[in-house]
Design a protein around this ligand. Structure first.
Ligand code: CUA
Length: 318
């Protein structure tokens, strides 16, 4: 516990996964109803506890009372029995009523038109994140705009998981062969922490998750960069790059040219002929023969667009 607080202390206050600091519409309505339920059950607790304390005190054994006689025994009282049946039934109906209203309100709310759609697929023990409209695939971090709603489709690749970002919304299970839906609308930019909330195997506790909410403009930029790198990867794979270069963990396994797995950690390009800067990288990919005439890498005559995409992809290799 102390360790948890130490870790939490390093995070900006509202970034801590705190169910008492809702920052989105679903979380806010769930927080409100939680307070109402807490108030009702708290009142019941106070009444019952007060009656118990009063009874213990009022009917305690008094000094000098050593009579062996039983006190008068009382059986049955229609009034009391009706009261302790009807009142709890009424309270339960109130709780059911307000809960049903909030659940329906959260589930049936029609998302704003300019919404973002994201598919989240639970795996043992990580999250796959797809943006069908942007053709982007990432993992474990869900980037969304901090404006309007993001609509989530929840699926599972193996066992049942549960998606939970306490400050944004309640829990929702990810179930194999089924798609569940939920939506979130973070009110402020920032990082929202969450985790898998359904035991799913040994590393369940380390199936953490974060939602990164951006200013709308910033989100567009992020998406554009991801798209460019993804497109660059496709160009890289489809061109002859992969027959000479290797990138570990990808289909690129060529041995003729340098391994590019950690290209961005290097200071120079072309074995030292030019510094590894974004401009130089672009010029190099465009035509290596300019900086290093006679080298075995040909100019692939890429279009400007392909060139930008491939450079974005190479820049993601760190
Ligand atoms: Cu996934 Cu617990």
């Amino acid at each position: 516990m102390a360790l948890l607080w130490a870790l939490a202390a390093n995070l900006p206050e509202h970034r801590v996964a705190n169910i008492f600091k809702p920052l989105a519409t679903p979380a806010q309505s769930e927080y409100n109803i939680a307070l109402l339920v807490l108030a009702i059950t708290g009142a019941i607790f106070v009444v019952v506890a007060a009656l118990i304390v009063y009874t213990i005190w009022r009917f305690r054994r008094k000094p000098g009372d050593d009579s062996k006689q039983e006190p008068p025994q009382v059986y049955g009282s229609n009034q009391i029995e009706v009261a302790w049946t009807v009142i709890p039934v009424l309270i339960v109906f109130v709780l059911i009523g307000v809960s049903a209203r909030v659940i329906a309100g959260v589930q049936n709310a029609s998302p704003p038109p300019a919404m973002l759609k994201v598919t989240v697929i639970g795996h043992q023990w990580w999250w796959e994140v797809e943006y069908p409209d942007y053709k982007i695939v990432t993992a474990n971090e869900i980037h969304v705009p901090a404006a309007g709603a993001t609509y989530l489709q929840l699926q599972s690749a193996d066992v049942i998981h549960s998606f939970w970002i306490p400050q944004l919304a309640g829990k929702m299970d990810l179930i194999p062969n089924r798609t569940n839906y939920m939506w979130i609308d973070p009110r402020e930019p920032g990082v929202y922490l969450g985790n898998c909330a359904e035991y799913c195997g040994t590393q369940h506790a380390n199936m953490l998750l974060r939602v990164v909410a951006h200013e709308p403009q910033e989100f567009k930029q992020w998406a554009a960069e991801q798209q460019k790198a993804a497109a660059g990867n496709a160009v890289f794979q489809s061109l002859s790059c992969v027959s000479c270069h290797a990138v570990k963990g990808t289909p690129a396994v060529g041995k003729f040219g340098p391994d590019l797995t950690h290209l961005m950690s290097r200071q120079t390009l072309g074995a030292g002929v030019i510094a590894n800067t974004p401009e130089n990288l672009r010029e190099w990919v465009k035509d290596p023969q300019v900086a290093k005439p006679g080298c075995l890498m040909p100019s692939l005559k890429l279009t400007d667009e392909e060139l930008s995409q491939v450079v974005s992809y190479l820049q993601s290799l760190k």
